[in-house]
Design a protein around this ligand. Sequence first.
Ligand SMILES: Cc1cc2nc3c(=O)[nH]c(=O)nc-3n(C[C@H](O)[C@H](O)[C@H](O)COP(=O)(O)OP(=O)(O)OC[C@H]3O[C@@H](n4cnc5c(N)ncnc54)[C@H](O)[C@@H]3O)c2cc1C
Length: 433
Amino acid sequence: MNRPDDVIVVGGGIAGLVAARELAIGGLAVTVCEASESLGGRVARHTVAGIDLDAGAESFATRGDTVADFLTELGLGQAIVSPNQVGAWLKPAQGPAVPMPATGLLGIPATPLARGVIAATGLLGALRAQADVILPRRVGATSTTLAELVRVRMGQRVLDRLVAPVVTGIHSRNPDTLDADVVAPGLRTALADAGSLSGAVRSLRQSTPGSAVGGLRGGMYLLVEALHADLLARGVRIRTHARATGVTARQVTLATGEQLAARAVVLATPLGSESTDVSIVIATLVVDSAGLDDAPRGTGLLVAAGTPGIRAKALTHASAKWPWLAATLPAHRHVLRLSYNNTGNNLPEAALADIARVDAENLLGVPLAAQDVHGFARVVWPIRHDPVARRDGVWQVGEGVASTGLAAVISQARTESESVRRALTPRQEKIEP
Ligand SMILES: Cc1cc2nc3c(=O)[nH]c(=O)nc-3n(C[C@H](O)[C@H](O)[C@H](O)COP(=O)(O)OP(=O)(O)OC[C@H]3O[C@@H](n4cnc5c(N)ncnc54)[C@H](O)[C@@H]3O)c2cc1C
């Protein structure tokens, strides 16, 4: 007979799977209820022109080694790779694309008068940013949003031309709505210590040296496959097509009306807060073009809001970014991944393919004719606006409470599930010999 559940985890994205694993390792009986037919949530695979590619997350932040350590525990350590170090580019709203200033954090420059910063912000913008070093350290100390902090220390141009494109690319939100302490942990403390924002960025970068992101040879979706196998081996029960409609501290109600009871419930999804009319659309093009062989825009570009004639907010030249991917492709074949905010979800697929092709042509500066396109796919990811309010007695993990990105999500899911485990496991009295 099946052991009754100690914990039900609602949501089989990375957060839910990581939590389920930690709880199972702690000796608890766990069931994961996932609404869709497959696990992984925003880490997923799709096949375009016969190539298996990431449909969602394709890399992870290397800061703190959270993700790398976890991948190593799962036996994927050997598959961890670094991206090509050619760097990314930036398309300002006006003027040609420029290489992204090499040193920075979320687009905040460590050296405001560096050539790359001047190219992106203009000399006036860079001079205003440099004023950061003579402003009193209390300026920005009480700023709560990232935008306000950057604006008061370095000026509007750095915010608009460097920080906003980077931050919007990562968080799909305007920096005016993002808490500086959440998206850039430690930055305000480092500002208080260093006395300037550029100094704070330098000190944070020194404490986390090396490439800012890593990936997996074969794709990030391999993480989901490895986690799935690991959970099955640990006896975790996995139910797909199991959409929860209600949760309480000890009970989950499924859309079918079935009720599941457990000693604890972990919510790994912003239940009920998903907005389906606002979305990130990923448009993937597989193209044949010798003009792209030299990676004319490095690993890709971030596009400043308001750039005339371009609808994409970012383009990743995936086969330039990931050498393992290039190695699987025939000569002159390339994978381009464009992301759109709320564009193309309602268009016919062919119309979006054409918009993406023309955007890619303009951004990369290389002609791409319709007959150069070997394959195309669209993936629509709904954006979640309001993170769930903590429900009484229900534990919560995942993006809604941890911020965006695998590093934040994995770290929070591990910490929170340790608290769940402690709450459910009676403390062992220490027996003195
Ligand atoms: C296009 C895109 C690219 C990204 N790129 C990167 C990147 O390169 N690097 C990075 O670090 N991060 C990236 N991210 C962010 C990263 O993917 C997420 O932060 C992370 O995957 C979120 O994991 P999660 O488990 O919290 O949520 P999700 O992945 O959203 O998982 C939630 C799960 O809950 C399920 N669910 C929803 N409602 C219910 C319900 N009622 N009952 C049961 N189950 C339910 C969903 O089906 C889903 O499987 C990207 C995100 C997107 C959309």
